[in-house]
Write a protein that binds this ligand. Structure first.
Ligand code: TYC
Length: 113
């Protein structure tokens, strides 16, 4: 479709007036932050590993973020659609529970833009 075709009636020399398909207005999905919470018991190496396998952080970023959470109480692991954010939070807590660590995540809606 040409760049100047915005939907609605269109004149062409050969076909006369034709109606083009109406293009739906697309909206970006709402986005959610996944925040990792500090606790006194989960080993630091386990948190670094979680940040690598669930959030695809490299070793140095995972270590920096783990220390940030350790020092400040919580930290941002990433921003995702609701399903992805929930899935990652559930994965973190399931992996932690398997090892009997109390590690928890929070998800929080981002301000609408
Ligand atoms: N505070 C934990 C400790 O000293 C380490 C830790 C860091 C735990 C980040 C959770 O999200 C966390 N072993």
């Amino acid at each position: 479709m040409a760049a100047d075709q915005k939907g609605g009636p269109l004149r062409t020399p050969d076909l006369g007036e034709v109606t083009t398909e109406v293009r739906p207005r697309l909206r970006r999905p709402p986005m959610y932050q996944v925040l990792l919470l500090n606790d006194d018991y989960t080993p630091m190496e386990f948190v670094v590993w979680i940040l690598q396998v669930v959030f695809h952080k490299d070793a140095s970023e995972a270590t920096r973020l783990m220390l940030d959470v350790h020092n400040k109480g919580k930290g941002l692991c990433g921003v995702f659609t609701h399903d992805v954010a929930r899935t990652k939070a559930v994965q973190v807590e399931a992996l932690a529970k398997r090892e009997e660590h109390p590690l928890k995540c929070e998800i929080q809606a981002c301000a609408a833009s």
